[in-house]
Design a protein around this ligand. Structure first.
Ligand code: CAA
Length: 440
């Protein structure tokens, strides 16, 4: 069967940067290490006053089409995944197509356009939709463009303010992909939850601590469901495990949970037993609380073992390098985790062709998905073509007053005009609600 997967990927960061330990923490009267060590974040990306989800998505898509030598006729489907949509009728993909049609001779009249929403997991759901569309033979030889784009802003003073971010990831889904093949098997954990939601409001209502627990619960269910269709997960089978990264500290918790689940009843658990004992089994305890306490103690010990720390350093830490500098990109977040890992592999001169990735996506509300990917022969060229480091380095570093101004400027309930902090250069710029971005 012909492989179907991600042929190419491009990233577009918001053009502004907020230094979390240097600018945000002192202003809040907090220890900078809460950010660097606790949450695992150095900085967040923000959109300048001329940027929004459309311009960032269109800029990422344009870079991708340009680099791959594509014309609109090559694209049969455009899906935008976002939880920052501003139009309850027209999908964001129509605005993005409108931008792109300014710079190509052809148009996207015969492409199926849509918008996917399920919080941060919608980017992965759009990949799945594109995969299914191609597998069903409905693509007429054309590829799908999937764009995950968000401005992840929280109300000022909300605990989530520390984990903001803004950026877009554009992905081309094709047969015979150059980057990764997507697996046919997926596992899901899904339940109606209300810890993070935005009913007719721009900024989320969040129960932050609970949202962390819901993420972990759904991810564990998705892993079990994945194993029920694909067989038991063996850690050695996967080079990296990119997870949805609202902030790297969240992935630290998810990785430990996944590790404990995967080593259960294996020789790894046996080998660790001399030092830290065996995993507690629920049936051995009289109450849930006693079981939970024993499990917490076991996890605390497991986290300190050399064996776990080596796995974490090899399979997880490399997935976090971009996220540390940009914060949460919601729908794009797991996709920058994949790029971070492959970028690090390229820098280390590692041969990744044929290696597998275990990808864990998550969206509040809440649903997790686990699937596998196989890295393809063209991965080096694809990752080498990215200019992520340059984009991050060129961001304007805001002071606190700049940050307050730009946050107000992006607040839909405030009517605030702000001067641009950066000068747009060959990119689409925001031109008012309901109008397409003009290219400057
Ligand atoms: N040195 C080192 N570490 C420190 C520290 C210091 N001086 N001070 C605090 N820390 C650690 C804390 O111990 C904590 O780590 P652990 O959780 O491992 O114990 C970490 O830094 C954060 O500290 P707090 O819990 O005190 O931080 P907070 O009260 O400001 O809340 C948060 C953190 C709940 C994540 C909040 O930022 C939030 O609500 N974020 C938005 C919601 C979110 O991202 N949820 C994630 C799951 S939902 C999801 O994934 C979907 C999505 O994208 C939103």
């Amino acid at each position: 069967m012909t492989a179907v997967g991600i042929d190419a990927i491009e990233i577009w960061t918001g053009n502004l940067k907020l230094d979390l330990p240097g600018t945000f923490a002192p202003q809040k009267g907090e220890d900078p290490e809460k950010y660097t060590k606790g949450l695992g974040l150095n900085a967040s990306s923000f959109p300048d006053s001329y940027e929004d989800i459309v311009t960032m998505g269109a800029n990422a898509a344009h870079r991708l089409m340009d680099r791959k030598g594509l014309e609109p006729d090559d694209i049969g489907r455009i899906d935008v995944a976002t939880e920052s949509s501003f139009d309850n009728s027209k999908p964001v993909s129509t605005y993005v197509a409108g931008c792109l049609e300014q710079v190509y001779d052809g148009d996207f009249h015969h492409a199926n356009k849509g918008e996917r929403k399920f919080a941060c997991i919608a980017g992965t759901q759009s990949l799945d939709d594109a995969y299914n569309w191609i597998r069903a033979g409905r693509n007429r030889g054309r590829s799908a463009l999937v764009i995950a784009t968000d401005t992840a802003l929280y109300a000022r003073g909300d605990a989530g303010e520390a984990t903001q971010g803004a950026g877009a990831v554009a992905m081309l889904i094709s047969e015979d992909p150059d980057l990764v093949e997507l697996s046919a098997e997926q596992g899901y954990g899904s339940a109606d939850e209300t810890d993070f939601l935005k009913p007719n409001q721009q900024f989320p209502s969040v129960d932050g601590k609970r949202s962390v627990q819901v993420y972990l619960a759904r991810m564990r269910e998705a892993l079990e469901d994945y194993e029920s269709v694909a067989g038991d997960v063996h850690l050695d089978d996967f080079a990296y495990a990119p997870f949805h990264t609202p902030f790297p500290g969240m992935v630290r918790k998810a990785a430990l949970l996944a590790y404990r689940h995967v080593i259960r009843n294996t020789s790894v658990e046996d080998e660790l037993a001399d030092d830290i004992g065996r995993q507690p089994r629920a049936e051995a305890f009289d109450t849930d609380d006693e079981y939970r306490d024993a499990l917490r103690d076991y996890m605390d010990s497991l986290k300190e073992t050399d064996r776990y720390q080596e796995w974490y350093a090899e399979a997880i830490d490399p997935t976090l390098s971009i996220s540390r500098e940009v914060g949460n990109w919601y729908t794009g977040s797991v996709h920058i985790a994949r790029v971070s890992a492959l970028k690090e592999a390229l820098e280390d001169g590692r041969d990744m062709a044929g290696e597998r990735l275990l990808v864990g996506s998550y969206g509040s509300g809440a649903q997790a998905e686990i699937h596998a990917e196989i890295v393809q022969d063209g991965w080096e060229e694809e990752i080498d073509a990215l200019n992520v480091d340059e984009q991050l380095a060129e961001r304007y570093d805001m002071d606190w007053a700049d940050y307050e101004e730009i946050h107000d400027a992006h607040n839909h309930e405030m009517d605030v005009d702000v001067e641009e902090f950066t000068t747009p250069s060959e990119e689409f710029v925001f031109d008012g609600w309901g109008r397409m971005g003009e290219r400057k």
